[in-house]
Design a protein around this ligand. Structure first.
Ligand code: ATP
Ligand code: MG
Length: 359
């Protein structure tokens, strides 16, 4: 789906927002604090059903207002579509797809996959492994919606086994049962992660090099368990049972997996410069967009918040050229001249005095 128009009421700094979006590139300019990130967040929320900045929905409701609303109009080859989310401080969220009230947006595959670059997302490169695991599992869900339950199944089996371990373990038979459950769910999760990684590995390298991350960038899935079958994982879990009982939790399995980014064989997380970490994140997000577009034939919506400020002119040029070919793009910037003059910009928005207008 191509997003055509974004509307919002009482969302963050906006009392009212009503703006057209370009089919290729929309540039959003405004001073610091004007509401650029808020606009991207409103768009993300309307498409995904939650914020890309906070887990606390009420934070996105305008101060002193009870309810926020975001609404997106768009179209695909077949028909027009609408998505809307109402965020009530007291009652929580309500979702609407094509005008009808729905439980969630998950099943509406005409929605575009959304990739968002924001400086706080550098956590994905720099932060704890759990952030990367969650992200990889989201990629699995985006690539193959039918597999989106695997992460939850594993988490449930893990919680059961950990509860048993914390109580000092159950009977031998009980432990066997939970080891088997955990191994089955764990192997499925590992296979998904492996498949998703192999979809993006080469794209990541190509994208990194294209963005100027030289000296051999690489991305690797490093599973905690080096096993190929459920039986092997069961065996490994059994060997660690005494140790796990002593510690009171499961010490082995995909909840300990890692995704490693390297440049010149050194981990970007630990040794990368600020610029290298930024480019790594960008290359990852763009590689994912490319993979999702290839696997699902959906054109991604790419939100780039303040991405150009720390890139040199050549990189900016490469980036904008690349993303414009990949999907529908929104770029925010404080300086209009940071977006290369030859970018295919359809719509330019300026934010001032709390409102966004077409310029
Ligand atoms: N719930 C809310 N209600 C009203 N205003 C809010 C709310 N949440 C944040 N704001 C206001 O939004 C403004 C920040 O907007 P935003 O983060 O979009 O700015 P920006 O244009 O992205 O700035 P920068 O260039 O510094 O990133 C702040 O002034 C903040 O007070
Ligand atoms: Mg901002």
């Amino acid at each position: 789906m191509i997003a055509d128009r974004l509307r919002a009421r009482s969302f963050r700094s906006y009392e009212r927002l009503d703006v057209p979006l370009g089919e290729r590139v929309t540039v959003v300019t405004g001073d610091n604090g004007a509401g650029k990130t808020n606009l991207l967040e409103a768009l993300y929320t309307s498409c995904v059903g939650r914020s890309c900045r906070t887990r606390i929905d009420a934070q996105t409701v305008r101060f002193d207002q009870p309810v926020a609303r975001v609404e997106l109009e768009g179209h695909d080859e077949q028909e027009d579509h609408t998505l809307a989310v109402a965020i009530d401080r007291k009652e929580g969220k309500t979702f609407f797809a094509d005008g009808a009230r729905v439980e969630s947006f998950e099943d509406f595959t005409w929605r575009p996959p959304v990739a968002v670059f924001m400086p706080d997302r550098l956590e994905l490169v720099k932060g704890a492994p759990g952030v990367r695991r969650a992200h990889l599992d989201q990629l699995v869900a985006a690539l193959w919606p039918a597999r989106r339950g695997t992460r939850r199944s594993y988490a449930e089996a893990l919680a059961q086994r950990n509860a048993l371990l914390a109580r000092g373990g159950g009977s031998e038979a009980q432990m066997d049962t939970w080891d088997r459950e955990l191994a089955a769910a764990g192997l499925a999760l590992m296979e998904n992660r492996r498949s998703a990684t192999s979809e993006i590995e080469e794209r990541f390298v190509a994208m990194s090099e294209e963005l100027g991350l030289t000296r051999g960038p690489a991305l690797r899935y490093r599973p905690s368990a080096g096993v190929e079958t459920i039986e092997q994982l069961v065996q490994e879990l059994r060997e660690r049972r005494a140790d796990d009982l002593a510690r009171g939790f499961s010490t082995y399995g995909p909840h300990r997996d890692e995704i490693v980014f390297t440049v010149a064989k050194r981990e970007v997380r630990t040794y990368g410069s600020q610029g290298q970490q930024r480019l790594t994140l960008l290359a990852l997000l763009l590689a994912e967009c490319e993979a999702i577009a290839a696997v699902t034939a959906r054109r991604p919506l790419i939100l780039l918040d303040d991405v150009t400020s720390e890139l040199d002119a050549t990189r900016r040029h490469l980036l904008v050229d690349r993303v414009a070919r990949l999907g529908q793009v929104l770029i925010t910037t404080t300086e209009r001249e940071h977006v290369p003059a030859e970018a295919p910009v359809d719509v330019q928005l300026a934010i001032a005095g709390g409102t966004a207008t077409v310029v």
